[in-house]
Design a protein around this ligand. Structure first.
Ligand code: ADP
Ligand code: ZN
Length: 223
């Protein structure tokens, strides 16, 4: 079963973590524009240097730049491979760009999962979030702590806090989300692609909710 999915939802709702688990479970590729941008920052490319300041301010990198990263990735994967776009599109313009990219490749989206969590949940989660500086695995000091403090369970890499996970920047990211990304919810609802996932609970429960929603797609596809 090939899935071609988009994950929407506010920062801290758990998009990335749920996407990571589902991509593994279904053998499809997780494409996280946030991670791809952080890689550019890390390697200090021209793009990365420009993006860092924008990301650190809790704002969005421009549509053309992000869309070209996604286009390269999708084109290099070939059309037989399923994927989860985690964090793209985030604006109506990006959604239109994605549509034309996919049209060119001769593929279509199966569904858009809107991963929803309340502001309280979000602030609590982002406040405790740390990430492996080597492999990118995400932990949460409250609900998903590492076995050994400050160290990645998988690769022993150092766990660090993201530069944009500071309280005042979190607030800014939420505002940017409400203004620019929330309109995508009705955009995809009108296209009959939207599935809303409650992600306020424990991680396991949230992954279950997402997988159940996918079963509904299968039923829709008649499989
Ligand atoms: P979160 O969803 O928790 O904010 P991400 O890792 O997905 O975190 O994204 C981090 C930052 O990367 C965003 O705040 C934004 O600056 C930039 N970014 C990621 N995806 C996009 C996108 N599709 N369009 C514009 N900027 C993006
Ligand atoms: Zn690691």
């Amino acid at each position: 079963m090939i899935y071609r999915l988009v994950f929407l939802g506010p920062p801290g709702a758990g998009k990335g973590t749920i996407a990571q688990a589902m991509a593994e479970a279904f053998g499809i590729t997780q494409i996280s524009t946030g991670s791809l941008l952080r890689e550019e920052v890390e390697s200090q490319t021209e793009l990365g240097k420009k993006a860092k300041a924008i990301m650190d301010a809790g704002q969005y990198v421009d549509d053309e730049t992000v869309a070209s990263i996604v286009e390269n990735k999708l084109a290099s994967m070939g059309k037989e491979k399923g994927f989860i776009l985690d964090g793209f599109p985030r604006t109506i313009k990006q959604a239109e760009m994605l549509e034309s990219i996919m049209q060119k490749l001769g593929i279509a989206l199966d569904a858009v999962l809107d991963i929803e969590a309340s502001d309280d949940t979000i602030i609590e989660r982002l406040g405790g979030r740390v990430q492996c500086s080597k492999c990118g695995k995400v932990y949460n000091l409250k609900n998903v702590p590492p076995e050994e403090e400050g160290k990645c369970d998988g690769c022993s890499g150092k766990l660090v806090k993201r530069d944009d996970d500071k309280p005042e920047i979190i607030k800014m990211r939420l505002e940017t989300y409400r203004k620019k990304t929330e309109p995508l919810i009705s955009h995809y609802r009108e296209k009959r692609l939207l599935l809303t996932i409650d992600a306020n609970g424990a991680l396991k429960e949230n992954i279950d909710n997402a997988e159940k929603a996918l079963k509904r797609i299968n039923e829709k596809k008649g499989e």
